[in-house]
Ligand binder design. Structure first.
Ligand code: GLC
Length: 542
């Protein structure tokens, strides 16, 4: 193929094969919603579940048809993942849960949630919720009991230890949000463990009662027809039995803020202990009992350790661990074709046959991909890559508009990571309100939103981009629609091609006699690549 810009070519249009061999979480595309920032319907400046219901048609209206101009009316995603919606004092914006089996008043109530599930399912959208098993809020009744006395029956539900002889914390672990990972409780004279803010005490997963109670939480939501769980920092559930000190990190950045104790240590004893896999197998067994549910894990470890979270699978078995440990590897790579290819190829080579790949390029914890990868051109191509690699893509709300990092004045910073570790670390930048139209507050809310709307909302919004056939939103719509009808894209094999230009990442996706060639040019110039003639074809999306 000559003169290709980034784009996709096809040898011929083939009829889609049966998609029945794939589970929804393999074939489908997941869309992460940060509920606080999606759509406010109550006029308090914070998004809510009714707002999600109202905007479901934007995500997938249940028809996957195209308008005459060749663009689909709705995005065409297959599943939504909702960041936490549970009662919470919001010390870490919902990742500090005070009741696992209810909905925060800000977002609605259980009845609204049930309606959301019904309305989503009616459109063919699966619903995945966040499950936060590593820690509760310090306002959770379990912790209130646990801290009330040294011999309370729930004392051992959390991780309590005596001070060292000099009164200092039991070990040297640091919190990911700055400061020590231990807080002294004056009442009982012991420290409790929290690897995030001190309002997030960590559950003791070595205690069988904790395990049973937390399994009941999964049951509760599966009974309400939830299709899957995104399990928060699930690799942290088990810590070293002796809680040994972590060793110093010889490669630590010398400019870390003084309170970034965790950044100065290697995370050896506080996470990724082998015993955690027992718990994950229990999760999997329970999900399998309910049938067709999906377990996704937030797992950050190096490839060989990360792969273990899929569990073991003998020939023909689907594995006994997580369906999808999130793969964040591409997120922080430099914007270079061969670096991206290398990461994809390493993954493809390392994955056992039963393990299904997946890719994440944006989330509520990191700068927007448009800002991280360099700009709008990169944002478009990142979407093309994400939606054409082999495996399940997870999109982050607003990345389909090319949203860039919000500008958050220091006095408006909300995120504890930004408050404790410095403004440049605040995650608020990627949590700004969804930009629906050019009305005040971007059509997100009638009042001032909880975080400032980005300045570009008047032009970068759903309404404006819907009207522009060349917008990134319409590129996403075309890609999603095309992918849905293409077994090669949602389920085919992946084969990287050497095309004689290191600035291009080119791969072939094949299923049966359907072949799709994806050619990603990582530069701003036109490039010519050579591919074997049997791959010559017609450009379908560019
Ligand atoms: C995960 C979440 C993050 C949260 C942390 C503690 O990393 O994605 O937002 O702050 O866990 O729960």
């Amino acid at each position: 193929m000559e003169g290709a810009k980034e784009g996709m070519s096809s040898d011929q249009h083939t009829n889609p094969q049966s998609s029945q061999d794939f589970s929804w979480w393999q074939r489908g595309v997941i869309y992460q919603i940060y509920p606080r920032s999606f759509k406010d319907t109550t006029g308090n400046g914070t998004g809510d579940l009714q707002g999600v219901i109202d905007r479901l048609d934007y995500l997938n209206d249940g028809s996957t048809g195209l308008t005459t101009s060749g663009t689909s009316e709705s995005l065409g995603i297959d599943a939504i993942w909702l960041s936490p919606i549970f009662p919470s004092p919001m010390a870490d914006f919902g990742y500090d849960v005070s009741d696992y089996c209810d909905v925060h008043l800000l977002f609605g109530d259980l009845a609204t949630f049930d309606r959301l599930v019904t309305e989503a399912h009616r459109r063919g959208i699966r619903v995945i919720i966040d499950y936060v098993p590593n820690h509760t809020s310090d306002q959770h009744p379990w912790f209130i009991e646990s801290r009330s006395s040294g011999d309370n029956p729930k004392r051992d539900w959390y991780i309590w230890r005596d001070p060292r002889p000099d009164g200092s914390p039991p070990n040297n672990w640091g919190s990911y949000f700055g400061g020590p990972a231990w807080t002294l409780d004056e009442t009982t004279g012991q420290y409790y463990l929290h690897q995030f803010v001190k309002g997030q005490p960590e559950l003791n997963w070595r205690n069988p009662e904790v395990r049973a109670a937390m399994m009941d939480v999964l049951r509760f939501w599966m009974e309400r027809d939830v299709d899957g769980f995104r399990m928060d920092v699930v690799g942290l559930l088990i810590k070293d039995a002796e809680l040994r000190d972590n060793p110093p990190n010889p490669d630590a950045d010398p400019n870390l803020p003084p309170n970034d104790l965790a950044g100065r240590l290697l995370q050896v004893y506080n996470q990724d202990q082998d015993e955690v896999h027992e718990i994950i197998r229990d999760f999997r067994r329970l999900l399998d009992e309910y049938g067709d549910r999906c377990g996704i894990g937030e797992i950050w470890f190096e490839l060989p350790r990360w792969i273990k979270y899929y569990g073991d699978g003998s020939a023909g078995s689907p594995g006994d661990g997580l369906h999808l440990p999130f793969n964040f590897r591409l997120m922080w790579l430099p914007w270079q074709a061969q670096v991206m290819r290398q990461s994809v190829d390493e993954l493809e080579t390392a994955l056992p046959a039963f393990a299904w790949p997946n890719y994440v390029l944006g989330s509520h914890d990191f700068p927007r991909l448009a800002s991280r990868f360099g700009g709008q051109a990169q944002a478009r191509m990142a979407g093309l890559m994400l939606l054409t690699l082999r495996g399940t893509p997870t999109l982050y709300y607003g990345d389909e508009l090319g949203l860039e990092n919000g500008v958050i004045p220091p006095e408006k910073i909300q995120d504890p990571q930004g408050i404790n570790l410095g403004a440049e670390r605040t995650r608020d930048v990627c949590r700004t309100p969804m930009q629906w139209d050019d009305n005040p507050n971007a059509g997100f809310s009638d009042v001032e939103p909880w975080l400032p709307v980005s300045a570009d909302y008047a032009t970068r919004n759903v309404a404006a981009q819907s009207a522009d056939p060349t917008s990134i939103l319409n590129l996403y719509r075309r890609l999603l629609w095309y992918r849905r009808g293409s077994p090669a894209l949602y389920g085919g094999s992946y084969e990287p091609l050497d095309v004689g230009d290191d600035d291009c990442f080119v791969y072939l996706r094949t299923a049966g006699d359907e072949r799709r060639l994806i050619a990603l040019n990582f530069t701003a110039d036109q490039r010519y690549i050579s591919v074997p003639s049997e791959n010559a074809g017609q450009i379908v999306i560019s």
